[in-house]
Design a protein around this ligand. Sequence first.
Ligand code: ADP
Ligand code: MG
Length: 334
Amino acid sequence: MVNLSELGEFGLIKRFSQQFLEDLPGDYTGIGDDCAVIPLNDKEVWLVTTDMLIEDSHFIKNKISAFDLGKKSLMVNLSDIAAMGGTPASAFLSIGIPAGSEIEWIDNFFKGIKSVCSEYGVFLMGGDTTRSPERVVINFVVLGRGIASEVKRRSAAIPGDIICVNDFTGDSGGGLQVLLNDLPEDNDSKYLVKRHNCPRANVKEGKWLSGWEDVHAMIDVSDGIESDIRRIMESSGVGAEINLDRVPVSEELERTAEKYKWNAREISVSGGEDYCLMFTVSEENADKLYLNYEKEFKRPLYKIGKITDSEHDLKFLLDGKVAEPTKHGFDHFR
Ligand code: ADP
Ligand code: MG
């Protein structure tokens, strides 16, 4: 008998999803992308996403302020809308909360949510509130709108495409290590913790990128580059090569990693919760895209690899040679 821990989260989703995808009308996108896509009118679609955060599993109550937790809970959902190139519109919040929770904590949690609503023009329109025996459980559903012809799916990568990210990766993973190990506060560790507790959704960037026909597949990096490129690979039936030396790492993470003997490269590839965008773009217009992106956002895009035609095959390259992830980071094996 196989149990759930052997199957894993993705194995499980795969196991039950097929039966629900079979009868889906052709213009709908169901289970398997950052958002579901539901036709709205001739030009537009609804984008719908949901994410659940459970105390002690996704956050530790004394390691994040109630305000930041409220912000982050909504922000990670907006990030999924951003990943499809949409504009978030309405949010619904269901919470399970222990009877002994302090009202001040709850007020600050909602203040955090309100600040994100104001910043992104989103309305909290409903939800559900229940008593939870011990732990806080937070579940948002967010609706957004997108232009049907511009929505970017995980399934659209083409061999030869360049793989890009629009921010450093690994900061959040580093911040998590700082929190879990109670490391002393300095400017670098504070920066990393902030990147972990206060991610931002790249809604403007996602919308802008979705206007480019040459941008093919897009995803938000929630589980780390390695895991998330595999989702693009699987949905698109392609392979990928990631140049480890091109994955952008912040100076703060570099310095902190050196100090505590972490492998910054490993964290930048598999840390997770970065919530930046990763997308693929056709090689011929990639340079034009970079230049325009930099003009628009005053920040660069980072080319980190290439889509290949060898299905299921993910290669990491270091100094032009194939490298293999190990417990200690990445080792050359050829
Ligand atoms: P993300 O990381 O962008 O939130 P995931 O990779 O976690 O997305 O989820 C993959 C897909 O599986 C999504 O389309 C999501 O809606 C779907 N999914 C996950 N859990 C369930 C579930 N319990 N029932 C139906 N669909 C689910
Ligand atoms: Mg996502």
